[in-house]
Every structure is written in structure tokens, then in C-alpha cells.
Design a protein around this ligand. Structure first.
Ligand SMILES: Cc1cc2nc3c(=O)[nH]c(=O)nc-3n(C[C@H](O)[C@H](O)[C@H](O)COP(=O)(O)O)c2cc1C
Ligand SMILES: O=C(O)C(=O)c1ccccc1
Length: 383
């Protein structure tokens, strides 16, 4: 009897077609405790959820019948061309997802030719992470940036900066949204602690020391009175020539301060909804931040970006570049370096195709005219 061919699952890898697929497959490989640590946000999970769903109210005003056969998704970030406007955010404790941790992420970023952030809580050293990206060439093909907390231990902070500089990092990402850790019920309920087999080489802490405390108490007292614009920015400016970016800004007022303090750029970020819950979705405050920057400092964004269309929307609303945290971690958990590559390739292909289907040949063609906002009570509104 003739009938429809039965679809054959040739390999599970082929069935991962989207970042939500990768989230499911990656999460399934983790223990509940580690999965919750990575995936959850703070308190009532409002912001972690809304970071993603807020993208849904924007629609793509596709222009048609344009020749898009020579589409070019590349863009320059830190003065260097990358394959498309996406980089990987600094996220700590990546060796809990896969033993190769940040080394695998760095290799995957180099392969896809996009930049990477290195957390101060990385499980590998910045030297080894930068080295991993060299892939047989003499110089790192991509830029790494060193994420820094405001730290009362100035000497240790300076050692991190010197190591990052020497390793070739292009910028400091000063995390501004974390004077203390957010309220994370999963960590309290699970008594979350870093596992025995992981190290924190940037913080010069032994596994024993780290495991003797909860994540929250490890973090407590880290910043103290070091956490302020006046304490931190002039000090950093005086001791390093790396670019200084402020990560964790969600208001126009703080973008103005970043400008006044001579910073090079801001990352509009709410720490992936892991710090203060009920901060707005980052895409919803991007426009006010871009206006406040007034072209004087750069504006990037992270939080909730899960598709090529999300990247497109953020660019249309004025971001120069997007960053992703969890998608890289899900890739790592799923299949190490190959899993991160999978995630980055999905986002690249989706973004490229989104450009083609909206009639954009280069990232400079993406503008507010490319978007509309869905209103509950009327037709699509122009921006
Ligand atoms: C497991 C995990 C660890 C993180 N660690 C850090 C960190 O050490 N420093 C930091 O500034 N941000 C950290 N972040 C926040 C990310 O840099 C980024 O802002 C966030 O993940 C972006 O949201 P997304 O995960 O929805 O893409 C972490 C995020 C996650 C999920
Ligand atoms: O959990 C986080 O969001 C975070 O910033 C962090 C801080 C220290 C270690 C690992 C992650």
C-alpha cells in the first residue's frame, strides 16, 4: 500500500533545529541542581521569562523582491570583523556543563568567528581560554573580553586585569548589576555549591575554599564599598588601557553616567534575569539606552536572545551587537565544543536567512523601518 514515507531519525543531533531544541537536549544531560542553577532566574522568574517573550511583540516589516543573493551578515566589533552581530556573554562555572568548559566555548567562538566574554568565575584561566581560540594560528583570531566584578580586594582585581591584558583581552566588562547576588530560590533550596572537580583560577581560590560556602556567601562581601561609579571607573581607567564597558545597564540615566565617566560602551543587560527580578526585559529598554548613548558610546544587549530574528530585532532597535549566555551553556551541556558550535551555527543561519527574507543585504540595512509593534487593539504600529 502506497503511503507517506516514514520520517527516519538518523541522529539526535540532526533533530536539534533551534535554540529551544538545544535547551531541551542540553538540560536533559544535567543534574536538577545544575540545570536549575543555569536556567533559572531570580525570585519570581518574571524577568528571565520576559527577556525572551518581549521579543514576540515586534514583527518584521519584510521588504520583498530585492536581490539578496549576496547578503553579508558580518559586522565590526572592537574594531574587528565578526561573522554576524553576536558574541558569547561571560558566564561562570562552565565546567559544570562539560569538562572542557570555557575552553570548548572559546574554540567554538573562534570557529564561528565571534568574540567571547570570560567570567572572573571561569573554571579555566584567561590565558588558557585565549590560547584555546588560536586553533593552530599564532594569534587569537577573535577578541576576548574580561568580565570583572567590583571588588574590595583591589590587589586581586588588579591581578585579574594584568593577566587579561597580557593574554590579549580587548576590553573589561565591569558587571554593574551585582553589588550582591540576586535572590535565587533554586540555589537556597538545593544548597548549590560548585562541584569538587572544578577550579576558579582567576579568583585564585581552591575548590575546597569554594565548596565550603554557598554560591551566595561566596559572593557576599566581594564588592562592598568598591561598588560605585566614582570608586571604580577612574581607578580602572588609570590602571588599564583596555576598553571599559559597563555590563548591566537598564536605564537611560546610567547610560548617561557611563558616557560622563568616559566608558567605551554599555551592555544593556539584567544579567539574564538572575539579579533583580522585575527589571524590564532588555529589549524593552534598548531604545531609551540607544537614545541616551547618542552615538557617543557603543550599545550592546544581552538577555533572552534565542533566535536569529531576536538578533535582527535588537539591531533594528539600535544595538550594535547582541550577546547570549545560556544558549552557549546548553550547547556545552549537550555536546561540548560541537554543541556550542551547533547553537552558534543555528543562530547564524537564522539571522542570515532573516536578513534575506526581510530584504536586508548588510547589517546597516537593518533599521527601525524593519520592525512594527503588535498592539492589542489595532493594526501593526510603526516605530
Ligand atoms: C550560569 C550563568 C553564569 C553567569 N555568570 C556571569 C558572570 O560570572 N558574570 C557576569 O557578569 N554575568 C554572568 N552571567 C550573565 C551573562 O553574562 C548574561 O548577562 C546572561 O546570561 C544573558 O542572558 P541569557 O542567558 O538569557 O542569554 C551568567 C549567566 C548564567 C546563565
Ligand atoms: O550566577 C551568576 O549569574 C553569576 O553571575 C555567577 C557568579 C559567580 C559564579 C558563577 C556565576
Amino acid at each position: 500500500m502506497a503511503g507517506l514515507p516514514i520520517p527516519v531519525k538518523t541522529s539526535p543531533q540532526q533533530m536539534i533545529l533551534s535554540i529551544p531544541d538545544l535547551k531541551d537536549a542540553g538540560s536533559a544531560k544535567l543534574t536538577e541542581v545544575i540545570k536549575n542553577f543555569y536556567n533559572d532566574g531570580s525570585t519570581n522568574q518574571i524577568t528571565v521569562h520576559e527577556n525572551t517573550t518581549a521579543y514576540d511583540k515586534y514583527r518584521l516589516r519584510a521588504r520583498v523582491l530585492r536581490d539578496v543573493s549576496k547578503v553579508n551578515p558580518s559586522t565590526a566589533v572592537f574594531g574587528q570583523n565578526i561573522d554576524f552581530p553576536l558574541c558569547v556573554s561571560p558566564a561562570g562555572l562552565q565546567a559544570m556543563a562539560h569538562e572542557d568548559g570555557e575552553l570548548a566555548t572559546s574554540r567554538a567562538c573562534a570557529k564561528r568567528n565571534i568574540h567571547m566574554g570570560v567570567s572572573s568565575f571561569a573554571n579555566y584561566s584567561v590565558e588558557d581560554i585565549v590560547e584555546a581560540a588560536k586553533l593552530g594560528t599564532a594569534t587569537a583570531p577573535i577578541a576576548h573580553v574580561m568580565q570583572l566584578y567590583t571588588m574590595k580586594d583591589r590587589k586581586m582585581q588588579e591581578r585579574i586585569i594584568r593577566r587579561a591584558e597580557k593574554a590579549g583581552c580587548r576590553a573589561i566588562f565591569l558587571t554593574a548589576d551585582s553589588p550582591v547576588l540576586g535572590v535565587r530560590y533554586n540555589e537556597y533550596r538545593n544548597d548549590f555549591r560548585a562541584p569538587e572537580n572544578v577550579k576558579l583560577p582567576m579568583l585564585e581560590r581552591s575548590t575546597m575554599e569554594v565548596r565550603s560556602k554557598t554560591h551566595d556567601s561566596n559572593f557576599t562581601g566581594f564588592s562592598e564599598d568598591a561598588h560605585s561609579w566614582t570608586h571604580e571607573i577612574p581607578y580602572l581607567r588609570a590602571i588599564t588601557r583596555m576598553e571599559i564597558w559597563i555590563k548591566g545597564v537598564v536605564t537611560a540615566e546610567d547610560v548617561v553616567l557611563a558616557r560622563e565617566f568616559g566608558c567605551d560602551g554599555v551592555i544593556v543587560s539584567n544579567h539574564g534575569g538572575r539579579q533583580l527580578d522585575q527589571t524590564p526585559a532588555t529589549i524593552d529598554v534598548l531604545q531609551e539606552c540607544v537614545e541616551a548613548a547618542a552615538g557617543k558610546i557603543r550599545v550592546h544587549i544581552d538577555g533572552g536572545i534565542r533566535s536569529g530574528a531576536d538578533i535582527f530585532k535588537a539591531l533594528a532597535l539600535g544595538a550594535e551587537c547582541c550577546w547570549v549566555g545560556r544558549p552557549a551553556i546548553w550547547g556545552l551541556a549537550y555536546d561540548g565544543e560541537a554543541g556550542v558550535t551547533k547553537g552558534l551555527d543555528i543562530l547564524y543561519e537564522e539571522f542570515r536567512r532573516c536578513m534575506q527574507l526581510t530584504g536586508c543585504n548588510s547589517v546597516s540595512d537593518i533599521s527601525k523601518a524593519s520592525l512594527g509593534v503588535v498592539r492589542s487593539d489595532g493594526p501593526l504600529a510603526r516605530l
